[in-house]
Design a protein around this ligand. Sequence first.
Ligand code: OGA
Ligand code: CA
Ligand code: FE2
Length: 357
Amino acid sequence: QVGHTQRVELVPGRAHAVRTLSLKPLLFEIPDFLTEEECKLIVHLAKLKGLQKSQILPTEDYEEAMEMIEISQMDIFNLLDHNQDGQLQLKEVLTHTRLGNGRWMTPENIREMYTAVKADPDGNGNRAGIQQYWVCCLSELLSQPVVCAGQLRAVHCMLVSETCASLPSSRKRKQQRVMRLTRLPPEIVEHSEPLQVVRYDQGGHYHAHMDSGPVFPETACSHTKLVANESAPFETSCRYVTVLFYLNNVTGGGETVFPIADNRTYEEMSLIQNDIDLRDTRKNCDKGNLRVKPQQGTAVFWYNYLSDGEGWVGELDDFALHGGCLVTQGTKWIANNWINVDPNRRRQQQFQQEMER
Ligand code: OGA
Ligand code: CA
Ligand code: FE2
């Protein structure tokens, strides 16, 4: 029931609390789903990606680029400087390069890296050098040509990018957690849309909406459309599940609102009551039935469709209507992890077979 908390082992040996927020839609909240560092990495990657889209990277002028994506030298240094003594000890760099599954950076590698950036391996890390190391890392992750600006020589950049090759396993670990949370099979979770990162500035909001649309016999799903090879007059994204991550703590506002969840406050599902449009998240968030406060690392997860009663996806759940409330102060970062399932079981299976090939 609502308010009930389940303990679920999302990470081996570690129980996460999964709290039921509503039954209509079926909605859960999971604190600490992502670590602070995972949140920061997703935000940093999104910034870098945005930058690349606008054709600013790769560039020789990487200092300027770093400024634009707001990854300051200090940020990166502080991230690595675990004991906050203002110096980078070898073991601190080591801890933060344990990103791989089987592929780790050895102390030997790190020493080489320190030499490359002309730093004393037992003392201060050269900040600019460390920064360049991260640029290489992020470029690699985004499958971009490795940016080797300035004094970092190509051979060391290669060494660094090899370490970075293990970064995708960080994505795998998150996927694993999503699978354990939703109890959906890997074939479905792995072949869903890539993470979508959204930034709201002060004044930003997102009026209430559905993440997916209704499905008629003549509706195609975006993800299975190609393999289905059918021409359909309608198309929708078929996002069976939404897993939403809060990537930072918002100074003011920015809750996620479910205006008619559980239908507790309003007798009818009617969205306009006494001239008040509950879908307006600029004005009327406070009148919605359920609000979730953004908290860094927390995930919320809900179903956009009901079950068909036979173990498959059924009709759209109108109660899944939701929106992002006005950000009154600061910035809000979220990521959407949508899981796509075709309500047509045969088409989904056909799609999965094709993906395996
Ligand atoms: C979305 C969304 C809610 C929020 O991005 O689809 O519903 O709290 N966001 O930002
Ligand atoms: Ca230190
Ligand atoms: Fe949404």
